[in-house]
Ligand binder design. Sequence first.
Ligand SMILES: [Zn+2]
Length: 321
Amino acid sequence: MANLPLGEWHQTSSPLFMRNRILFPSVAVSLFSCLVALFLVGDFNVIAQERARLAGPSVKQTASVVKVESKGNSSAFNKAALENTKYRNSMSWTFGGKAQTGWTIYVPLIAETVGTDAGPDTAEFALALSKWQSKAGLPETGILDEATLETFTKYWQSRRLGRFGLSVNDNLLSAPINEFFDPTRSPDLLQLERDTYSAYRKMIEAAAKDLRHELKLTKYGELAPEEKFLRIVSAYRSPAYQDALRKREPNAGRVALAKNSPHSTGHALDIYVGGEPVKTLDSNRLIQVQTPVYKWLVKNAHRFGFYPYFYEPWHWEYVGK
Ligand SMILES: [Zn+2]
């Protein structure tokens, strides 16, 4: 195999070379040689570029692209942005045994994680993503492909509580019914862990201040009684209650109703962020992730010790600071 191209080169080039020597004067031969040399150099450049492309961008290249990008005309990140526009609506992946399409639902979380306010279809977003990819040990393409999304989900999952059941330090209390989304909720479903409740109170106080133009507030700046946003949909669920829920909705799937629910810790809260409170349909989650309340939680909940379950925009776990 290795000798074949060389053999072909000799066969085709030698007679041509001989004819050149015989038919053309020496000036013409020199010109022809120059043309061949130019052609070869050009060709090698193409090969070198192609090799670099296949090998992925090096640190040096990224640095120069960053400089160009700041002027807003990086073709590399513009191309990545086009790929992201396509991927975010159509990329096939699986989670919890269910086929998933695209990653538009996770854009607020992704943007927060990579530290950008730029939209997912922009070169600026691709640039921020490429920097995160570099830190995560991924090829820094700026394209949010399946491997990158998997790395995001692993990272988000790693920040969660990661345990089930009550621990010895967990003290449950009953929150007032007016903190809940459903004013007719059963009195035995109002419990949550003490520190989680106090962190939740501080969090919604801060949210009410920041979102005063978006939420209905009392004259004291607290959530008005009729305001549904940020209210608790579900808090502590005992293993027995979780079991009953699963039996009532046997087709809810693994993702919707896990056997070991983090709600059994008293640290997990389902918070009303819009749409249908706890429906995993893509169309519903797309509505939820665009509300000011969800966007605020994504940016601020960690300051109060709360971390999200990425798949359910309403589900937040008190991990502590
Ligand atoms: Zn939940």
